[in-house]
Ligand binder design. Sequence first.
Ligand SMILES: *Cc1c(COP(=O)(O)O)cnc(C)c1O
Length: 455
Amino acid sequence: MLRMDTIQYNLPQDRIPRVWYNVLPDLPKPMAPPLHPGTHKPIGPDDLAPLFPMGLILQEVSGEREIEIPAEVRQIYAQWRPSPLYRARRLEKALDTPAHIYYKYEGVSPAGSHKLNTAVAQAYYNKKEGTKHLSTETGAGQWGSALAMACSFFGLDCKVYMVRVSYDQKPYRRALMEAFGASVTASPSMETESGRAILAEHPDSNGSLGIAISEAVEVAAKDPNTKYALGSVLNHVLLHQTVIGQEAIEQMALAGDDPDVIIGCTGGGSNFAGLVMPYIGRKLKGQSSARVVAVEPAACPSLTKGRFTYDFGDTGHLTPLVKMHTLGSTFIPPGIHAGGLRYHGMAPLVSHVLDLGLAEAVTVQQLDAFAAGIQFARAEGIIPAPEANHAVAATIGEALQAKAEGKARTILFNLSGHGHFDMQSYIAYQAGKLENYEYPAEEIAMALAGLPAFE
Ligand SMILES: *Cc1c(COP(=O)(O)O)cnc(C)c1O
C-alpha cells in the first residue's frame, strides 16, 4: 500500500455538524455580564436590538448547550465543510520529531479563512429578520471578504470600514470585497462622527480595528434598516466557529489519535475558540486531558500582558463594556507589525476560560512566526495566513520539545486560513524588513489608567 506523506482525514458532507456547541452551561462559573456604556448596569437583549437581529442576540446570551444550525446555513457550509484534517507527516519528518502533528485547514473556504463560518450565519439571521444593510469593520480584510460574500448570497448590502493601513497595503482584499458587491471605505473616514473626531486630531491616522468598529457601529445605530456584524470576540461569533472543533473530534477519531495539546492563534479569539471549545467541553467531562494553548503576537499581547477587566470594544466607546483581557481601547498596533491579530481586546469567553485555568497563553515574535510559516509551507505546500503562522510557530516549538524529551506527543492546531492575499507581508519578511517588537508594559498601563473600575 502507498504510504501517504500527508494524510487527509475527510468526513462526508452529511457529517457537517447539526448544532453549534455552547460551552457556557458546562463551565464551572458563569461569565461576567456585559455592561451598558452609559449606566454601567448589565445590559439585556433589548439594549443590543439596534445593532443585531434577535436571533443572534439570543445566541449571545444563550444558556443552551446545543443550538441547531439552520438548514439554509448548513447548505452553504456544504460548499467547503467538513473542512479537511491533515496529518503533517512531511513537516514531522523535516523536524525529525516523534510528535504527531495534525492541522484542521480552514483555508478551503471560498473566502480563504474560518470567518465564513460565522459570516454565513450572521447574514442568514439578518436576512430572516428584515435587515437590508450590514455594516462592519475589517483589519487584514479576511472578515470583510467573508461577510461580503455571505451578503451577496443572501441579497444584503454590505458596507465595510477597512483599517486605513490595510486599505492602502491590501488592494486585492479590497477588490475581492468589491467583487462580492460590498462598498469599502478607508477608516478613519469623514463619513461618521467617530471617524471625523479621530481625523481632526490625527489627520494621517493609520486607523485601528477599535476605530473602524466605532464607525461601523455608529452607522448601524443611526439607521433602522442597517445592522452591525462583528467577525470575532462576541459569544455568538465564537459559537458559530464550533463546527471546526466538532469536526476535528470526529476526524481525530478516524485517525485513531487523541491530541495532547491543541493550539490556535488568537486575535479576537474566534478560530481558537472554534477549535478548542468542543475539546474543553470534553475536558470538563473528563474525556480529554489535552493542554489548550492560545498564541498571540508579542506586538499585541492582550492575553499575556493585558489586564482582565471591563473595557470598551471600540475606541469611540459606543459598544457595551465587556470583561476581557485588554490592552486598552486606544491601542494602535505598531506599524512594523505585519502578522495580523491586532485587536486591543480578547473575546470575553476566551478570557474567562483562561481565567478558569482551562487554557494557557503564549506569545510569538513575528520573525519566528514567519520563519515557521515558511518552514510549514516548504513541507506541506500551504502558505499560512500570517495570523496562522503564530499557531504554526507554537506547534513547531511543541514538536521540537517532544523531540528533545524523546517523547511522543500528539499536537492539533488550527490552520485558520491561507495567506494568498497576504504575500506583501511575506515579501517584507523575505526582504529582511520585519523586526521583532514587544509592546511596552508602560503603554498598556497608560492606556488602562483612564478606565473606571467596575468590579
Ligand atoms: C481573522 C483571522 C484570525 C484572527 O481572528 P480570530 O477571531 O482570533 O480567529 C486568524 N486567522 C485568520 C486566517 C483570520 O482571518
